[in-house]
Design a protein around this ligand. Structure first.
Ligand code: DUT
Ligand code: MG
Length: 572
């Protein structure tokens, strides 16, 4: 229920349009009733051959209702959908605002297909909320009340018949349909998510699936989920058909009851026979308001299930609190880690244990160590993607927590281990770092990353597309694009996490020299497996299982004859 309250809350700002949509909806059905009533009355009166002038008003009525019904229907659809899409866009904005701070720590447990399904399908499901859940009962009630009053002018027993039919078709049938279709709404929402997850997974891993001959198995799984989803949808279709025929039966019964009562009243002289057909047909057409009611519980269930999944994202708390207001200066930034311990999840082993080191303002520090030693974790803390459990991290003399997260990230240029390139042009991929960059700046950054010549060799130059995830480029070219990107950003702190992976030694040296020259006077943190260019470092930290096991300059470490020396020997 809580999730529906949340959705209603989002609808409240549009209450004027909502009321307008409801009024238009009532007017549409009223026009339908009016058309039937006026036509039946006209036929009955005309059969008695009255002077034509007597029929004039009714003829105008028939024309008016015939036209107004179409006009009101159009306006009602227009306004109702307008409200619906406004609410959907509200939900999308709220969702995006909630998701952004969750990345990457909280989102790693969501599968990408599932996320996609939440963002697309679950949001879209909410378009039924007003159109198929909230509006129909209101409209039905207003019609019952309005037409009930009209009938009461002739005999109150007509109104009672109408009320009884509305009660059966508006409450009884939906209740029965709900009992028959218990849980289908939930299952449909979950199966849709499952299907999206399986499809997204297979598409992302299609190369591996084909290479390992597992494509057919995956296809079978997707097919099975699809069959399950179709089963549920078929059940809904069946229930929908059943409800339509039941409501149809009730309407016909209502028609008959009104006729029988009418004939009785005409015989007793309490009702003018001319009105008989009009009352019966009017009653029959008032049941139009009842048809959408049968599936209200089903749609409500589906809306609730989808809203629950949306709220799960919206209510999730980011792992790091973004409550600081400081903004890092462009100079004088040093980084201090003081006895920092950190793990990704409780009960998991520590990724970093009692880590202490300092990188001075203009210092160059390298972190090396075996895979899984915790090198990337240090950067995750620095960028405030994760929260450290103990100790203190300082930037320019203030705790990292005192800064605004956006500003911290603004002052750190980072090449991560897994660079993401967008399926756009090379230029656009570079402009992410600096949207207002000039042509010259872009070219200079590409030259410094030793990428310019390659780009020029492409038929479209800087306007060449890099393909999905940058797959039209080689691994080393992707990496160099990432380096060019970070050079373009020109942040006071530079962090390179395995940035040179995939580059041949010669290019690596060239790029590194260029980068070091540019970073002269800035703080640089380099993570590398390759142990190239470490002579230039002020300090090298050797990490092992989350602890610093050796530290010193290149020469100092060689003299220590420890892990560093062994790693070097092994490489050479
Ligand atoms: N870890 C997690 N969850 C994550 C990321 C990492 O539990 O989301 C664990 C795996 C590993 C440890 O933390 O045991 C350290 O990981 P990190 O990525 O810091 O290792 P690395 O030194 O960067 O390794 P590599 O050289 O392979 O990149
Ligand atoms: Mg790493």
């Amino acid at each position: 229920m809580k999730n529906i309250v949340w959705l209603v809350h989002l609808m409240l700002p549009y209450w004027r349009r909502i009321i307008l949509a409801l009024i238009l909806s009532v007017l549409t059905i009223s026009s339908h009733i009016g058309l039937m009533v006026a036509s039946a009355y006209l036929l009955a009166r005309a059969a008695l051959h009255p002077p034509i002038l007597d029929l004039m008003i009714t003829i105008v009525g028939v024309r008016f209702f015939g036209l107004s019904r179409a006009v009101f229907r159009y306006l009602e659809r227009y306004v109702a959908h307008d409200v619906t899409f406004r609410v959907l866009s509200q939900i999308r904005v709220k969702l995006y605002q909630a998701i952004e701070p969750l990345a990457p720590a909280r989102l790693k447990n969501f599968r990408s297909g599932d996320m996609l399904s939440r963002i697309v399908a679950d949001v879209e499901t909410q378009q039924n909320l007003f159109l198929r859940v909230f509006a129909p009962p209101f409209v039905a009630l207003l019609i019952l009340f309005g037409y009930g009053l009209f009938l009461a002018c002739y005999d109150v027993r007509f109104s009672l018949i109408l009320a009884a039919c509305f009660l059966v078709a508006g409450l009884g049938i939906p209740w029965g349909i709900k009992a028959l279709g218990q849980g289908i709404g939930h299952r449909i929402v979950n199966l849709k998510a499952e299907l999206a997850t399986q499809v997204a997974d297979s598409l992302l891993g299609i190369t591996e699936l084909v290479a390992y001959g597992q494509a057919q198995e995956h296809l079978d799984k997707i097919r099975q989920t699809n069959i399950n989803l179709m089963d549920q949808q078929r059940r809904i279709a069946r229930l929908s058909a059943l409800s339509a025929s039941l409501v149809g039966m009730v309407s016909n019964l209502g028609l008959w009851l009104v006729l029988i009562l009418g004939i009785y009243l005409v015989e007793k002289g309490n009702l003018n026979g001319v009105n008989l057909g009009m009352l019966a047909l009017g009653t029959f057409s008032s049941f139009e308001a009842l048809f959408p009611l049968a599936l209200v519980p089903h749609h409500l269930e589906q809306n609730q299930a989808a809203a629950e999944r949306l709220l799960e994202l919206i209510k999730a708390k980011p792992v790091t609190k973004d409550s600081g207001h400081l903004s890092p200066q462009s100079e004088g930034l040093d980084i201090v880690f003081q006895d920092v311990s950190f793990r990704y999840e409780q009960h998991e082993p520590w990724a970093l244990k009692h880590l202490s080191f300092r990188i001075p303002q203009q210092g160059k520090v390298a972190i090396i160590g075996s895979s899984g030693a915790g090198k990337t974790s240090i950067i995750n803390l620095l960028l405030r993607f994760w929260e450290y459990d103990a100790g203190r991290v300082e930037l320019g003399g203030h705790s990292l927590r005192e800064y605004s997260q956006e500003d911290i990230r603004g002052s750190i240029g980072v090449v991560t281990q897994r660079t993401h390139l967008f399926n756009a042009t090379i230029k656009e991929n570079l402009q992410i770092a600096k949207p207002e960059a000039t042509e010259e700046e872009i070219i200079r950054a590409a030259q410094q990353a030793r990428l310019h010549d390659f780009i020029l060799s492409l038929p479209q130059g800087y306007d060449s597309l890099v393909g999905e995830g940058g797959f039209a480029l080689s691994g080393g070219q992707r990496q160099r694009l990432a380096i060019a990107r970070v050079l373009l950003k020109n942040a006071p702190i530079l962090v390179l996490d395995e940035a040179m992976a995939g580059l041949d030694s010669l290019t690596e040296r060239e790029v590194m020299n260029e980068v070091y020259q540019l970073m002269e006077g800035h703080l640089t943190l380099v993570i590398t497996h390759r142990l190239i260019g470490l002579e230039k470092m002020d300090e090298i930290l050797v990490l092992d299982r989350g602890r610093i096991v050796e530290r010193g300059t290149h020469e100092g470490l060689l003299e220590q004859r420890g892990l560093y020396q062994r790693m070097r020997e092994y490489l050479s």
